[in-house]
Design a protein around this ligand. Structure first.
Ligand code: FAD
Length: 267
């Protein structure tokens, strides 16, 4: 049996099935990458929204001595303008679309001018941080049931101070980069720059079925095979013991290929 239903449903299925959980680690150490951004207008047109969303990044902050104090982060120089800024009301939609009255705010020449003046200059610096594995951040079974009468997952989740300090560090770097651009490249930082520690999740579910060599502290071995039930294998980022800063899918795909080879060798 191969479980491949991501970081919430995999432990939920496990717990629902009353499978052994010797390490008591099933469902624990749920992690995500916490993300935020600083946006503004560059001094000359950059023509965003053409090509991939993320074509450039600054990877210096993925590791370093500072990790003794705060988590690492990766910084993206976005190629999608303010397209991700919906929570602060700065998105492309909001610039052009009147959602209350359900009509386009500008049309014809004013629309062209708005695109030329603002949209082509939009730039964002995003940072997304490492989160530590915390056994209390976990998936358990809820008393509530879904429409199919299956118990819903209950998710207990909090953000640790180490990750919050990483957000603060990421924010200060992004702001300083904007300041530099304002001084040298006629860039305009657009208020409100978020001075607080608001953040969004990245949708990168990790942990909950952690991998390890020690049966007493992990759920699966290096091949994704259950310590308790050798006939059950787990693939996906739920097996990650830590989160790092990289988006998870390439790593989980590589691990899945390794699991597939190991599984095939047992047949
Ligand atoms: C908004 C967003 C942006 C993202 N951006 C990136 C990115 O830029 N880069 C990156 O690397 N990763 C990104 N990710 C993460 C990426 O989507 C996941 O790492 C990847 O999809 C995980 O693949 P998976 O097959 O393990 O799980 P999933 O893609 O979640 O697939 C699990 C499947 O199992 C099904 N399922 C669940 N429960 C059951 C059940 N009980 N029975 C049967 N089927 C079930 C689900 O319907 C789903 O189809 C992003 C995620 C989100 C949400």
């Amino acid at each position: 049996v191969v479980l491949a239903v991501n970081g919430i449903e995999t432990p939920k299925l496990w717990l629902l099935s009353n499978l052994d959980n010797t390490s008591d680690q099933v469902g624990r150490n749920l992690m995500d990458h916490l993300a935020n951004e600083v946006v503004g207008l560059f001094g000359q047109p950059l023509y965003p929204f053409r090509g991939p969303q993320s074509a450039l990044g600054i990877d210096t902050f993925r590791d370093g001595k500072f990790r003794g104090n705060n988590g690492a982060f990766r910084m993206t120089i976005g190629n999608d303008g303010w397209g991700r800024s919906e929570p602060v009301g700065l998105a492309l939609d909001h610039a052009l679309w009147d959602s209350d009255n359900k009509k386009i705010k500008k049309i014809g020449q004013p629309l062209q001018q708005a695109v030329q003046d603002r949209i082509t200059h939009q730039l964002r610096f995003s940072y997304s941080t490492e989160q530590l594995p915390d056994p209390d951040n976990r998936v358990t079974l809820s008393d509530e049931r879904d429409a199919l009468d299956v118990p819903r997952p209950r998710i207990t989740y909090r953000i640790d101070e180490y990750s919050k300090r990483a957000l603060a560090y990421g924010h200060s770097v992004a702001r300083r980069m904007w300041q530099h651009l304002q001084d040298t490249a006629r860039a305009t930082a657009v208020e409100p720059l978020q001075a607080d520690l608001r953040f969004l999740g990245a949708g990168h579910l990790m942990g909950t079925m952690r991998m390890g060599t020690d049966k007493s502290t992990s759920v699966v071995d290096a091949n994704g095979r259950s310590h308790d039930h050798p006939g059950v294998w787990v693939v996906g980022s739920s097996v990650f013991p830590t989160a790092g800063t990289a988006n998870p899918t390439l790593t989980l795909a590589a691990l899945t290929l390794r699991t597939a080879d190991a599984l095939a060798n047992t047949l």
